[in-house]
Each structure stands twice: as C-alpha cells, then as structure tokens.
Design a protein around this ligand. Structure first.
Ligand code: HEM
Length: 132
C-alpha cells in the first residue's frame, strides 16, 4: 500500500501548484470516460474555468488547511443526484480515476492521505444519497 511512498521520482501532493496539476490530470481522465463525462458536461454543464479552481481549493482545504473553499459540496451533489442518480458503480469509477491519477503522478504521505480521504468521502456521499 505504501510501496510508492518514498519513490524519489514522484513528488508528493504537498503544494497548491501540485494540487492544481493533479486536478487537471484527474479531470483529463474523468472527462474522457463515457459514463462520467456526460454528468459533468451535459447534466451539470460545468464551466471548467470555474470548476477547476474550486476543486483545487477544496483539496487545499482538506490537505493543507486552505481557507478558500466555503461551499456545500454535499448539497451540490444532492442537487446533481436529483437530475442523474449517482450509483455505487459511478463512485467506484470516480475513485478508480482518482487513485490511478494519484499513483501515476504523486507519491508520499499527502498523496496517501488524499486517496484515503477521497475513498471515505465517496463512501459517505454514496450512502448519504442512496441510503445504507
Ligand atoms: C460518482 C462520483 C461523482 C460524480 C459523478 C461527481 C460529479 C460532480 C459534478 C458534475 C460536479 C459539478 C456540480 C455543479 O457544478 O453543479 C461536482 C462538483 C464537485 N465535486 Fe463531485 N462528483 C462525484 C464525487 C465526488 C467526491 C467523492 C468528491 C469529494 C471527495 C467530490 C467533490 C466535488 C467538489 C469539491 C465539487 C465542487 C462543488 C462546488 O461547486 O463547490 N465529488 N461533482
């Protein structure tokens, strides 16, 4: 599980710039996926120029105590869910891209923590939306 943690070739996810790079690489995968891409592009019709800085600020808050994210993520996904239910399979897919992107580009304690937090939030979000 921690095999990559000390890989000197990969940086850790330990600065706002690196989180920014992670978000771009993660969304490159999400937005190529034929199941998930339409949720972002058609159902929510995100504006990437607004969305990316929010995702970056969200992870800065979770990983390094950043102060720039103040939105209600759960309510936003609940509103989304009413337009297009998010299933266990969707969450598994989302998390698999998150983990793949992380393992390909980053290694270290922050990267490991981000993966654990993402898995926990995905699980909680799925349960909050779909019931136990
Ligand atoms: C099935 C899995 C998921 C899908 C398909 C999904 C999809 C989306 C979409 C379409 C939006 C844009 C909503 C809008 O602007 O109306 C969004 C926003 C967001 N998502 Fe997710 N999401 C998923 C899981 C997660 C998880 C597990 C997290 C956290 C670990 C997360 C964090 C966020 C954040 C921070 C935003 C920005 C909300 C804002 O505008 O402030 N998402 N998501």
């Amino acid at each position: 599980m921690y095999a990559d943690q000390h890989n000197p070739d990969k940086p850790d996810l330990d600065s706002p710039e690196r989180i920014g790079h992670f978000v771009e690489a993660f969304y490159e995968r999400l937005l190529k996926d034929e199941t998930l891409a339409p949720i972002f592009l058609d159902v929510a019709a995100i504006d990437i120029h607004e969305h990316f800085p929010r995702i970056q600020a969200y992870w800065e808050k979770l990983l390094m105590g950043g102060q720039d994210y103040h939105r209600h993520t759960m309510n936003i996904h609940r509103a989304l869910y009413h337009k297009r239910p998010l299933t266990r399979a969707d969450f598994d897919l989302w998390l698999s891209y998150f983990t793949q992107t992380m393992d390909e580009k980053f290694a270290g304690p922050y990267a490991e923590r981000a993966k654990r937090i993402a898995a926990t939030i995905a699980d909680n979000m799925h349960r909050a939306l779909n019931g136990p």
